[in-house]
Each structure stands twice: as structure tokens, then as C-alpha cells.
Design a protein around this ligand. Structure first.
Ligand SMILES: NC(=O)c1ccc[n+]([C@@H]2O[C@H](COP(=O)([O-])OP(=O)(O)OC[C@H]3O[C@@H](n4cnc5c(N)ncnc54)[C@H](OP(=O)(O)O)[C@@H]3O)[C@@H](O)[C@H]2O)c1
Length: 338
């Protein structure tokens, strides 16, 4: 597993991180056993970067990640202790800028420290706050103060749009940007990723498999549990539509997948090609696929290995298909919105 160390973070992240939304809620029922299987498989495969949030299962995901981290610590893994990124700011009304008070921010961070069992949180990301917050110095002053008090080591933002990422990049102490970047989401490559690279800010590519669409396993008749956001948020009913299938209309997504599969011609599984393609973009620090089983976590981690020349060739040809498919099927609905 290769590692990348963005200057502003100053800590190495495995290029495949483990997305931990699934082990909280919103993806159908996930038992503690299967959640532990995902975390264990990721750790065993060399993943040292785990992305969670205080609201995933109302703290369940953080607690499970904390247990895993503390078990690794007890096992003597001090040097390569897992790096945990969490998120704050959606515990009160996430659409109301007035909830971003110092008191609330401090309460949320305290709760995450407790859930994770960490004195100093490795990275706290604002969790897709309302647009006005990106220009609110008060909020970032609190994050700087928390860093000064060593309650957090670094802070970043998880954004919905490229515009929010570009505004955030004006802040001197911003360590990371988490953004949707995958073969259905190319806009971050225009300006956000190059500027972040120049400034040494980490780029964390989330929803790298477009909620599973980019594995090629879905069909028009696939169905999802009622408590899976792929059922209840297809049109942005509960949160930003972009978080479900990357905001791509399901049928259009299947058509795009068929093109990408055809371009690969069986040379590489689509999920692996998608992850390798993301990691091949200069300036990307890590991709953080979620997983519903240990086997998925293992396969995703394997896609982080340094590419052989043959694999690099396949990804190079895949890139041409990705760009063509984006232009013809996706740009019009995706580019202006996110
Ligand atoms: N606002 C935010 O900050 C925000 C929003 C979204 C996500 N995130 C973070 O980003 C992470 C990743 O995004 P995501 O989980 O939404 O989407 P994703 O990684 O694109 O998709 C994950 C889903 O795809 C399926 N999958 C994954 N690997 C697979 C494989 N190898 N083979 C077959 N199926 C596979 C699994 O679902 P099934 O097996 O159930 O089909 C899995 O739950 C999250 O876990 C979270 O940490 C953050």
C-alpha cells in the first residue's frame, strides 16, 4: 500500500482510505460483526486512513473506528497508528448557519474525542456546511483555537461544490479538502486539484465508486433496502443529491457504466479501474471507498498498489473513455451543478 504525505497535513495517508459511513447507517442494515470485518480487512490490507463522521449512525461509526484504533494501539501499533479523519457540523440543523457557534463546535469536537477515545483528533472536517459558512472567519478561528489547544491536529472541509473548495483554499491553515471525484465527476480536476496540489492541501476523493454504480454490478432491476440512501435519496430528498450515485440519474449512470465496461474489454474490473484512475490524477492524496463487506474492503485496498506498466496502460486508455463518456453523457447535468 503506497502512502502520500500532503505538506499541510504532515502525516502519511494510505492512498486507499476506508470510508466508514456504511458502518454507521444509511446503507441498509450493517451488523457490528460486518462493520468489524470491514475495518479488520482494511487494516490487514495496509489501510491506515479511516474517514468517519460524528453523525454516521449518531456516533456508531466513530465508536467502532475508535475501538479498532485502540485495539491497534494495544497491539503495539504506535508508529503506524491508523489516521482517523472525522467530521463535525451536522448535529444541529445543517442548513442553518446560526448553529455554527463556538459552543456547538466545541461540543461536537468533545463528543468525537470521546467516541473515538482520542485526546487529539487527527483531522476534523466541516461536514458540507451551508455555503455562507465558508466565508465566516469566526468558524475557522474556533478550529484554529482547537488546534492550538491540541484537541485537533488539523482541520479541513468536506465540500459539495468546486466553488466551495476554491473559497476554502484561500485559508492558510486548511489541511484537506474532501470532494466527490470519480469517473462521473471530473470538474475538480479543472481547478481544485491543481490548486490544492500547489498549496500542499490533501485531496480526499469521496464516493469514488459512485455509491457502487462504478463496480458495474447494478442493473435496471437492482433494488435497495428502504433504509439505504440509494432508495431514499435518489432525488436529494434527505441530503444533497450528489451524495447518491454521484448525482447521476440512475439510468444514465448504467449507460455510462456500459460504455466504460466496453472500453475496458475485461482487461480490469471497473471498480479497480475507477480507483486506479482516481489515484493516477496528480494532486489526489487518497480515495476512500466505502464497503459493505470485508471482501469489498480487501479488493478496494488492492487497487491502491503501485500500478505495473500494464496496469498503467489500461488506466491510460480508460482515461480516454472516461473523458469521452463524461462529455457525451454527463457533463451537461453534472458540471454546472457541482
Ligand atoms: N458529505 C460527506 O462528507 C460524505 C458523503 C458521502 C461519503 N463520504 C465518505 O466517503 C466514503 C465513500 O463514499 P460512499 O461510501 O458514499 O460511496 P462509494 O465508496 O462510491 O460506494 C460504496 C459502496 O459501493 C459498494 N462497493 C464498494 N466496494 C465494492 C466492491 N469492491 N465491489 C462491489 N461493491 C462495492 C458497497 O455497497 P453495496 O455492497 O451495498 O452495494 C459500498 O457501500 C464514505 O464511506 C464516507 O466515509 C463523505
Amino acid at each position: 500500500m503506497p502512502y502520500r504525505t500532503p505538506a499541510r497535513l504532515g502525516r502519511p495517508l494510505s492512498v486507499i482510505g476506508q470510508g466508514c459511513w456504511q458502518i454507521g447507517a444509511d446503507w441498509g442494515d450493517v451488523t457490528d460483526d460486518s462493520a468489524q470485518a470491514v475495518l479488520g480487512a482494511a487494516l490487514d490490507a495496509g489501510v491506515t486512513f479511516f474517514d468517519t463522521a460524528d453523525v454516521y449512525g449518531d456516533g456508531r461509526s466513530e465508536r467502532l473506528v475508535g475501538q479498532m484504533r485502540n485495539a491497534a494501539l494495544d497491539g503495539g501499533a504506535a508508529a503506524d497508528l491508523p489516521f482517523v479523519a472525522t467530521k463535525a457540523s451536522r448535529r444541529a440543523d445543517p442548513f442553518a448557519p446560526e448553529t455554527f457557534t463556538e459552543e456547538n463546535l466545541r461540543t461536537w469536537v468533545e463528543r468525537s474525542r470521546k467516541n473515538l477515545g482520542m485526546d487529539t483528533l487527527d483531522l476534523v472536517q466541516l461536514h458540507c456546511p451551508p455555503p455562507a459558512i465558508y466565508r465566516d472567519d469566526r468558524v475557522f478561528d474556533v478550529l484554529d483555537a482547537l488546534a492550538g489547544e491540541k484537541k485537533i491536529a488539523a482541520w479541513g472541509v468536506s465540500v459539495e461544490t468546486c466553488e466551495e473548495a476554491l473559497i476554502s483554499l484561500e485559508r492558510e491553515h486548511l489541511a484537506s479538502i474532501q470532494i466527490i471525484l470519480n469517473p462521473f465527476r471530473l470538474k475538480p480536476l479543472d481547478e481544485v486539484v491543481p490548486l490544492a496540489r500547489e498549496k500542499g492541501v490533501a485531496i480526499i476523493a469521496r464516493v469514488p465508486l459512485a455509491s457502487g454504480l462504478l463496480t458495474g454490478k447494478f442493473s435496471p432491476s437492482s433494488s435497495f433496502a428502504a433504509n439505504d440512501h440509494r432508495s431514499f435519496n435518489r432525488h436529494g430528498e434527505a441530503f444533497d443529491q450528489g451524495e447518491t450515485f454521484s448525482g447521476v440519474d440512475y439510468e444514465t449512470g448504467l449507460a455510462a457504466v456500459a460504455r466504460l465496461e466496453q472500453a475496458l474489454g475485461g482487461a480490469m474490473p471497473l471498480a479497480e479501474a475507477s480507483l486506479r484512475w482516481i489515484l493516477a490524477q496528480s494532486g489526489v492524496t487518497a480515495a476512500i471507498p466505502g464497503a459493505s463487506s470485508g471482501e469489498q474492503a480487501r479488493r478496494n485496498a488492492a487497487a491502491g498498489s503501485a500500478p505495473t506498466p500494464a496496469q498503467a496502460g489500461i488506466v491510460g486508455r480508460f482515461d480516454a473513455a472516461v473523458r469521452e463518456t463524461y462529455e457525451e453523457l454527463l457533463r451537461e447535468s453534472i458540471h454546472p451543478r457541482w
